[in-house]
Design a protein around this ligand. Sequence first.
Ligand code: XMP
Length: 509
Amino acid sequence: MKEMIIVVDFGGQYNQLIARRVRECNVYCEVYPYKKALAKIKELQPIGVIFTGGPNSVYEEKAPKIEAELFELGIPVLGLCYGMQLMAQMLGGKVSKADSKEFGKTVTELDTTSLLFKGLEEETLTWMSHVDYVQELPKGFKIIAKTENCPIAAMEDKEKKFYAMQYHPEVLHSEKGTDMIRNFLYEVCKAEGSWTMKNYAKQAIESIRAQVGDGKVVLALSGGVDSSVVAALISKAIGSQLTCIFVDHGLMRKNEGDEVEAAFKDSGMHFIRVDAEKRFLDRLAGVSDPETKRKIIGEEFIRVFEEEGRKIGSVDFLAQGTIYPDVIESGEGDAAVIKSHHNVGGLPAVVDFKGLIEPLRALFKDEVRQLGLEVGLAEYLVWRQPFPGPGLAIRVMGEITKEKLDILREADYIFREEIAKAGLDRSINQYFAVLTTTKTVGVMGDFRTYDYTLALRGVTTTDFMTADWARIPYEVLDKVSSRIVNEVDHINRIVYDITSKPPSTIEWE
Ligand code: XMP
């Protein structure tokens, strides 16, 4: 990538967000931990550098720093929050601790003659979250923004192209934050803006062709967004040299296996759907402990994959849907990461191959979706909500039987259908039904019933590490409830899960 920005990670919570904002402005960027950053900057010659925030105080003994040499490379630098304080301290300014924390949306006055604020109004709201602040400017700098409590809310040394902001422009609460980042990229760093998924798809296809030559590639396709996009992209690049193995463990949602097959069967690749329902259900029979269920499914998956792999014979490359957040979270930034998800972890050990192909390694989730659309993947696959590898096995509480799976499948289908009809399918990030072990008494017509309780779960979240329960309108819940008890046998009571994560998890098992 000839035009890039390097984000130097000082441990702040919004680091990935900064990178995503830069990419939204059509400029490619990579995130590196501060200890490795200078070497990477020298190697990759970015058009600009952005320092992230971080939890430390620049005066702490172990505070993360970067070598002063960086400021002599002639590359524009943008410091954010801790990044601003570090820049100020290293360049001869003074950083102090304020009496109280400045936190939240803050009215900020901008000097709109600065390139950073070009085209903006003089007053805007920014998102502040700091105790330390820059008390005295380093030499050569001038103030370009202030708030009531923070006299130096932003600063610049126009000549050296050093800019810094105390607030967080990457957070959407900073109304014009993205415009400020865009100004840094285009006005200061003179970016051209060539990062689009259209360009990326073209390049990725070329580089897959170059890497693979006339070799064979195998991919474990789950039907989830990442592996589906990898499949579509690689098959576009090398067609029949790709074999996708789709292990249908019989724990998918209603119609899902057929949908995945329909989407890929005629795409030019070798598509193998292994109907392994019986094997999985036999092995799961009588098992009710959640972790044991997961372990059995993981093992069985590898066994099936191994058997199919042997039928194909020698394979040159294994493709994986590793995405950029996995790479960043490994703390390495450039090391090979092999997903530890049950359905891919362990595969390299059982299938002999020369190399890995990971065409999503540089992409964020939203970019993966855009790429999917770019390579012609159906919208319903691109926008599919996350689905756990062990599938419905962890949504049927306790012991699993085919009958219970079928009940859950029907109920879950109705729930999903009504959520989509209400137009909530993109705003609720994950939603599904859970078949509990609880049976309760009900009355239907003139008959007493004694049947299962079904739970509905819907959450809103950005990272799936924390989540809030979704405020689904009562009318929608009402419709779902009456349809399920009327249309699905063996369910006579429905409850809605109103716990957030933590203390609960998103899945019930
Ligand atoms: P929890 O239940 O831990 O789930 O709050 C967080 C997210 O991860 C998904 N999940 C899994 N995904 N294998 C997967 O591939 C698993 O074993 C697994 N367990 C949970 C869950 O659906 C949610 O999106």
